[in-house]
Design a protein around this ligand. Structure first.
Ligand code: HEM
Length: 142
């Protein structure tokens, strides 16, 4: 009979941030984790619906022009659909990238710089997109 060693293998701990200050006793990361799941499920409906309507349904992408957009955004239903899709995709993608940045950056300065770029881009895109959805003027087209 062969003897098996009872010494467990040494598994290195994943890279953690032992020196980074623990920020209070809040459940922010739990809510962020939950948000990724909930927004993901909602995005499946919004994005697949969007793709189907824009690219498959009667005429597909060929029929999309100024008039088509004007017609859609005349309805509060599609305004809210597009607004939700914009906000959820942006916040979901941004939170996902925040995780990637936290996982992979080694230097504090790099982490801060990348997050600054990320949050700036997110803020501009959400504000601009929201503005366009609600201020779109169908009469502007010549
Ligand atoms: C179509 C519906 C979608 C579903 C069901 C979905 C689902 C998920 C889930 C559950 C996670 C968390 C993974 C984890 O914590 O390990 C995740 C991560 C992520 N998602 Fe989505 N997502 C969707 C759409 C999107 C969109 C539209 C974007 C971009 C705007 C996006 C960008 C990301 C990024 C960057 C991550 C982080 C990846 C990582 O941690 O390695 N997702 N997604």
């Amino acid at each position: 009979m062969t003897m098996h060693s009872s010494i467990p293998p040494v598994i290195e701990a994943p890279r953690s941030a032992p020196n980074r200050p623990r920020r209070g006793r809040t459940n922010t990361e739990l809510y962020a984790w939950l948000f990724m799941r909930v927004s993901g499920v909602v995005l499946v409906v919004l994005v697949l619906g969007h793709l189907f309507i824009m690219n498959v349904l009667d005429g597909g992408v060929q029929r999309i022009n100024w008039g088509f957009v004007a017609g859609r955004w005349a309805s509060p239903f599609w305004q809210v659909w597009d607004l939700l899709m914009l906000w959820l995709a942006m916040l979901h993608g941004t939170n996902g990238l925040r995780t990637v940045i936290n996982d992979y950056t080694r230097r504090d300065g790099t982490r801060l710089a990348l997050k600054t770029v990320l949050y700036t881009a997110t803020t501009i895109t959400i504000l601009l997109g929201t503005l366009v959805i609600f201020t779109f003027d169908p009469t502007l087209h010549s």
